[in-house]
Design a protein around this ligand. Structure first.
Ligand code: BG6
Length: 476
């Protein structure tokens, strides 16, 4: 039996442009939808597409605009990842840094150069760049002119962007992901895909139309990547986490299966190349009509993804019957509180075995290599008097998950490319806009309201993770 993880396993860490870069409007960048999402009480309504960002109070604070200023500090940050021994780094490009409005004929050279410098520095330090093409951001102009992904026009704009980056980074970037957490569109449509709603419209229909446009764009991008660089690998990316039934009542079990399908729907299409039967039936039942072009079926069928990337923070639980007393949520998903699990300070339930269960479900379903591109614990960190940060809770969370991940590979035979814990450096929280919800091995001096020196400081988990990588997961 194979022991441990394969040689060349991609250990690393993950971030997203809108949560760490800042550099709002610098270097020719145009505004993105994510730059309009405020911190505070209006955040959720904007993310859900139920409040227009143009109606926000003037003194609103938009955390993505400075974030942790990686735009100016990328070199020092890459040095930190190299010190931890990263084999890869997952990060995203800001679409509007490369196409400021999304409709230019040619890309913004300054934006491309910015990412080229980063990629070259990573390669120099033997860190494999893993790039998310779209992590929740859409050029604001495309949202204002076309209503974002509800319009098919976005497909062309996205492909122009893809062509520019595939051509520029050919031979340098091997791993691409088309859309981060594509299923987030169902839960936080403005955050996930720049979608906001008009009064009285059929929201579900709008979401499925946007989903279809993204799915066609993803398939065409996969084809383009393979044409431009046959060595490149393109993945889908799912916000994963198995739904457990509340009880063994078959009604609960059925409910859990249906809930899982809401999420699987996207990657079923991206991975198997066609709309699953259950989705077609559901659309029929709910009288959802979406615009498809005659060529779409063939595009989806012929351009499936090479690997399945996913984030995992928590499992979920559901019942067919109401249980308001135990309702909670995690990563934008409504769930019930599972009595067998503890939860984070933000109420996200902690379930390391759930990672192994999720990995097995995904591998059984798709039989394609998996890539865990997010996992981690958001927690409050305190700097001790001597300047150290003892984040043992984070070490405990991550080591328990890595143990289960290794079992999935070693004992269950799951093919796994790599593991990039989320927010290897503290960054802006997607769900809450806070800085206080920290994930990193590296602390960043900044608070929720935007105050702080932005100084970087290693936590205890920094040395721990360095050891984990050095021993290929043996020393946890
Ligand atoms: C995922 C996203 O949903 O979870 C990230 O891809 C996000 O962008 C991460 O930051 C953790 O969620 P949060 O809300 O704690 O930042």
């Amino acid at each position: 039996m194979m022991k441990g993880l394969p040689e060349g396993f991609l250990w690393g860490g993950a971030t997203a442009a809108n949560q760490c870069e800042g550099g709002y409007m610098e270097g020719g960048k145009g505004p993105g939808t994510v730059d309009m999402i405020p911190w505070g009480e209006n955040r959720l309504a904007v993310m859900q597409g139920h409040m227009d960002y143009r109606e926000l109070p003037e003194d609103s604070y938009f955390p993505a605009r400075e974030a942790i200023d990686m735009y100016h500090r990328w070199k020092e940050d890459i040095a930190l990842m190299a010190e931890m021994g990263f084999k890869c780094c997952r990060f995203s490009f800001a679409w509007s840094r490369i196409f400021p409005t999304g409709e230019e004929e040619a890309p913004n050279e300054e934006g491309l150069k910015f990412y080229e410098n980063i990629i070259d520095e990573m390669l120099r330090l033997h860190i494999e760049p893993v790039v998310t093409i779209c992590h929740f951001d859409v050029p604001l102009h495309l949202e204002q002119k076309y209503g974002s992904w509800r319009s098919r026009r976005l497909i062309d704009a996205y492909l122009r962007y893809c062509r520019a980056i595939f051509e520029r980074f050919k031979g340098k970037v091997r791993y691409w992901m088309t859309f981060n957490e594509i299923n987030m569109l169902m839960h936080l449509p403005f955050m996930g895909a720049g979608i906001s709603f008009k009064k009285g419209e059929n929201e579900l229909e709008v979401k499925y139309q946007a989903a279809h446009n993204e799915l066609v764009a993803s398939a065409l991008a996969t084809r383009l990547a393979h044409e431009i660089d046959p060595e490149s690998k393109v993945g889908c990316m799912l916000a994963a986490g198995q739904f457990y039934p509340y009880s063994c009542d078959p009604e609960d079990v059925w409910e859990a299966m249906k809930k899982d399908r809401v999420n699987y729907f996207f990657i079923d299409v991206q991975s198997k190349g066609e709309y699953p039967a259950y989705a077609k039936k559901q659309m029929e039942r709910e009288q959802i009509t979406i615009q498809m072009e005659p060529e779409d079926e063939a595009i989806l069928r012929e351009n499936t993804v090479d690997y399945i990337a996913f984030s995992y923070y928590s499992s979920r639980m559901i019942s067919a019957h109401p249980h308001p007393e135990i309702e909670t949520s995690g990563n934008a998903f409504k769930t019930l509180r599972n009595p067998w699990l503890k939860a984070s300070q933000w109420g996200w339930q902690i379930d390391p075995l759930g990672l192994r269960i999720t990995m097995n479900s995904l591998y059984d379903r798709y039989q394609k290599p998996l890539f865990i591109v997010e996992n981690g614990l958001g927690a409050v960190d305190t700097i001790q008097k001597d300047g150290t940060i003892s984040d043992d809770y984070r070490i405990e969370y991550l080591s328990a998950h890595i143990r289960e991940m290794i079992k999935a590979v070693e004992e269950d035979g799951v093919d796994l490319i790599g593991y990039t814990p989320w927010g290897w450096i503290d960054l802006v929280s997607a769900s809450t806009g806070e800085m206080k919800k920290r994930y990193g091995f590296v602390y960043v001096d900044k608070d929720n309201a935007g105050n702080g020196t932005l100084e970087r400081r290693k936590k205890k988990s920094f040395d721990w993770y360095q050891q984990v990588i050095a021993t290929n997961g043996e020393c946890l």
